[in-house]
Ligand binder design. Sequence first.
Ligand SMILES: [Zn+2]
Length: 472
Amino acid sequence: MASRAGLQTAATTLGVANIKTLQFAGSGRNFSVGQNYTPADPWPAVPVKNYTAIANFDTGAMRVELTREMGPVMPRGGGAPFFGEQRAIQVVGGNYAWNVPPPAPNAPAGNAAPQPGAQLERMLALWSTPQGFVKAAMANNATTRAARGGTEVSFMVGGKYKMTGTLNAQGQVEKVQTWIDHPIVGDMLVETTYGGYKDFGGVMFPSRILQTQDGYPSLDLTVSAVTANPAFDAPVPDNVRSAKPAPVQVASQKLADGVFYLTGGSHHSLAIEMRDHIVVVDTPQTEERALAVLAKAKELIPNKPIRFVVTSHHHWDHLGGIRTAMDEGATIVTHQSNKAFLERVAKTPHTIAPDRLAASKKAVKIQTVGDKGQLTDGTRTIELYRLAGYEHTGDMLVVYLPMEKILAEPDAFSAPAQVGTPLIPPAVPYAKALYDNIQRLKLDVKTIAPFHGNRLTDVAELARAAGVGSAN
Ligand SMILES: [Zn+2]
């Protein structure tokens, strides 16, 4: 059968029979997925000075080491601010994934950090490499068919995860598609395109790798070196093998009558009591976190339904539980630029790891806000303002309670653990933007409740952090 022969041609072209391990290195850009300026913008790009991947196809292990570099200005959009060089080592070995702290001079090796949530993506990345894809296709009884002058190859890896790829007539893997579970966008397409195949010292390998996630570029590499069969194994560290997921905890702090600051993790929320209902601001990260946040809100404010969930902005870390909020039946209050995106999120297929909304299929209710909006019950008013001139995101709604003089905000300013610690340079413009907006809107703020960090702060500390030293 001609198409079956296509897979055989690829095996020969790519030398898979003789390649047990493979290393490739290059440079380019990676991108902060889920952190675009608006849902219609691409993911923000970060320069990658060095990218080295090494795979062992026999043991199902891969290690990626990358060095990224950031100047004093972050690209437009989100992503955790950093300054200078940032090294990361990411490993997958069988059913486990972990990160290794980069070795520092004269310091003992740090402990591996378990990353169970990254295992699927990393495992599929290993089998998405050209040689990996052909090996996996042969090992998993792939179906093949003639397509566009080449061969389309499909199979399931791990008995559960679909992979599809196209081979050209020369036996080069041109494109690989995989799908990974994501709490917001569901079965998320990860598509890797390979071009510019060259003979790298006896190994045919692409000189260009372009990957997209959810439709926008996520990795763009120019490959400069490839080595076949270097020594590599990645035994699973004991602490990774025995790691238990940290329990989701929601702590609460009463900021005013009926106003609760919900903390206990890396991303905080707010629960506000209204006359006959509850308003929650942000259901971050995952369905598990969102369920715990919603449960805590109902425990603190008993016998009232959660009628509104306000999304501070569309970045995926803060939006991870939005489908849980939809399933709760709450109206989602968001900036108008997110409406189409959230309508897609409400309907996107979740077959890899079905969530509550996948089962309930509830219709989504969205209430949009422009530059300002409010929620009121006649007594309490919640004011929402879009931050202007804020490069982290175009849709940031900060929450202001005029009676209580409380401002809740994610990402613009997180008070450092130690009072007086200066912000790193790329974080200063964010604090400055928040400060400028508070002045522009003439908000009388006594307490700032940041959605990151471990304490409340105020405008005086914000002003110092923003470099507006003599402000009142
Ligand atoms: Zn953000």
